[in-house]
Design a protein around this ligand. Structure first.
Ligand SMILES: Cc1cc2nc3c(=O)[nH]c(=O)nc-3n(C[C@H](O)[C@H](O)[C@H](O)COP(=O)(O)OP(=O)(O)OC[C@H]3O[C@@H](n4cnc5c(N)ncnc54)[C@H](O)[C@@H]3O)c2cc1C
Length: 349
């Protein structure tokens, strides 16, 4: 069982910044995300797009913002459970919570911060008979660790950036890479399309278009797939089948946690972004209140106020004086640092 002070569901920009704000208050965080990497929409949907409305950054790529947030929070050593979806929540007699993921990992915390954005990104699955039987037994909808495919025969399906980029990457890792797409044209970056064509001429990628995977084969794990092109079907040997058809966000299991939901978002009190269940907060894109704006900077603000409220909840009666990080540093928020602001400033300069 993983134990922490604040369990954050969602490692998008809001969840990542919560780690920093909580860290200033000496509260430990652990993050769960259904995606295999942190960053939420920024890393999944638009890592190479510039954002122009992050205070202090006239322009920053969404991917770089994610890296910076991770760097900023690193000093507080957050834990991560990635590639797992928070599925159920159980309130304990002492008011704390146990959150269990779809893979059975259990997390125990007195405070829950739901930073689930648009919801968990669920992979779009191809409609193939018995596909569930092969999930995690050769069929995967994300690539968490490409090394798993070293010297294996891999079949990838899809026509977007993920399918192209992973085919290119795995061409040097797997023993055989087959890319199947139902059209001749791809939706991904032109440069990636060209690289795939080049690798095809070098016999490093077996490109089959326009074609579709029509059946999966294997006793207890994937051993082959059927590919149908121009009405003719062939069976290819395969150790892995990776359909990369994109992700669609769904509020998912969180919608069944007894929280007040309005228009697919969680209603909160703007005093501290707490939900109708004491101890459970909702911050960032996942919440709703009058005047709500789904912007990263609003998520940062909500995370900050939420952490103050969580601190008070965990330390009833303890006096808390807000200090600027410029004055206290990042470790001085518990009052242990006794120097006057002037002395600290002098020491720094
Ligand atoms: C193309 C595009 C451009 C944008 N440009 C801007 C911009 O210029 N400026 C701006 O301020 N905003 C912009 N946005 C919006 C911005 O990305 C969002 O406001 C921001 O990502 C919200 O952050 P978040 O952390 O609240 O949620 P998200 O980024 O959505 O992250 C939520 C995370 O929670 C995870 N999750 C959800 N449910 C579960 C669960 N049950 N278990 C485990 N994990 C779960 C999801 O997998 C996801 O990773 C843009 C959005 C898009 C799509």
């Amino acid at each position: 069982m993983i134990k922490t002070d604040i369990l954050i569901i969602g490692a998008g920009p809001t969840g990542l910044f919560t780690v920093f704000e909580a860290g200033l208050l000496k509260l430990k965080c652990h993050l769960i995300d259904a995606l295999p990497q942190p960053g939420g929409q920024c890393s999944e949907l638009y890592p190479k797009k510039p954002i122009y409305d992050i205070p202090g950054f006239p322009e920053i790529l969404a991917g770089d913002l994610t890296s910076n947030l991770l760097e900023q929070g690193k000093q507080f050593q957050p834990g991560f459970t990635l590639g797992e979806r928070a599925e159920t929540i159980e309130k304990q007699n002492d008011g704390s919570f146990i959150v269990t993921t779809n893979k059975g990992t259990q997390h125990h915390a007195p405070i829950i911060a739901i930073a689930g954005g648009l919801g968990s990104f669920e992979p779009r699955k191809p409609k193939l008979e018995h596909i569930e039987k092969y999930e995690d037994k050769g069929v995967n909808y994300f690539i968490k660790d490409p090394e798993v495919y070293r010297d294996k025969k891999v079949v990838i399906a899809g026509g977007g950036d993920s399918a192209l980029d992973w085919s290119i990457f795995l061409a040097d890792v797997a023993s055989e890479v087959t890319l199947v797409h139902r059209r001749n044209e791809f939706r991904g970056a032109l440069d990636s399309v060209e690289q795939v064509q080049e690798l095809k001429w070098l016999n490093k990628i077996n490109l089959i278009t326009p074609a579709e995977i029509t059946a999966l084969h294997g006793e207890n794990k994937i051993e082959g797939v059927s590919v149908t092109k121009d009405g003719e079907t062939q069976t290819i040997e395969a150790d892995a089948f990776i359909p990369l058809f994109g992700l669609s966000p769904k509020l998912g299991p969180i919608a069944n946690w007894g929280l007040e939901i309005e228009k697919n978002a969680i209603k909160v009190d703007t005093l501290d972004y707490q939900t109708n269940i004491p101890g459970i907060y909702a911050i960032g894109d996942v919440n709703t209140y009058e005047g709500k704006l789904k912007l990263i900077l609003c998520g940062f603000h909500e995370a900050t106020l939420m952490c103050q409220s969580a601190y008070k909840r965990l330390n009833p009666g303890k006096k808390f004086v807000l200090k600027y990080t410029t004055v206290s540093g990042i470790n001085g928020f518990d009052g242990s640092r006794k120097e006057s602001p002037k002395a600290i400033v002098k020491a720094i300069v």
